[in-house]
Ligand binder design. Sequence first.
Ligand code: GLV
Ligand code: GLV
Length: 321
Amino acid sequence: MIDTRPTLYLSRLLPDPIMAIVRERFQMVHEPLDALPSLSALRKGLCQADVAIVTLGDHIEAETIHAATRLKVLANYAVGYNNIDLAAARQRGLIVTNTPDVLTDATADLTWALLLATARRVVEGDALVRSGLWTGWSPTQLMGAEVSGKTLGIIGMGRIGQAVAQRAVGFRMPVRYHTRQPMATTSLPREWEHRSLHGLLGEADIVTIHLPLTPNTHHLIGARELSCMRPTAFLINTARGPIVDEEALANALKTGIIAGAGLDVYEQEPAIHPALAQLKQVVLLPHLGSATVHARVQMGLVCLENIDAVLAGRSAPNQVQ
Ligand code: GLV
Ligand code: GLV
């Protein structure tokens, strides 16, 4: 019997419940692996597919987009889509979709985990206990920075920035935020006060970044911005690595311009700036923002919903351009 199911290219293995749906409903171009495909494997796969799900490590360049002539929809398994040449997609009429909303809580929660771990030296504490060198409670051991009541500065007030701000209530933290584009701030609680970027950097005890990566946000936080921050302040980044100039950040940390940093994302993932890995006042996570079972399954379902809409001739609910 002829298999009339559409062909799907999936660049990585997704959680089991999504794999079960995908295997039933589509002809798979190939059996996906857990590892990132090579650029040539990615191109080859996309060229054979009617629809595709790709991840944030897959760089989808203009050449690939133009070569993949059968492809109708590219569902990015992420909210950020800086990995895709959108201009080329637009030009070629390829629909690109993302997965907003379903990972907002997971990413906001992880931001708080990283913020608290950085300020309260959680990773150093864990290492001390495991080392066997802990000699018991001490009045001066691993003292960190108080979080409750401090001023939280949020750069980017999209869904994730707002979810981070909502969680500040329990910590009685005044929220200052910066958005590059004017937004309907009337919809935001009045206690959250808008600041210029430099105003926010000078005022906040903890600065957290929640912006997409675009040419305008690349290295938005560099040496000059870091020098506006307080020497007691912390920088948290769960958005995209290249928004921060990592070299400048490493220098600011080494010279005490700021007190510490919590990073979930890096300029050249998975490579880490070597100086950052040497510093105790930095907590480094392996891009875990959306890494909950719930969010990762929902992200798969959102990709499938968008693919179904396009295959049925409807508009994709999460088209990004
Ligand atoms: C994760 O980084 C995402 O953009 O979904
Ligand atoms: C992500 O969903 C954002 O808009 O911040």
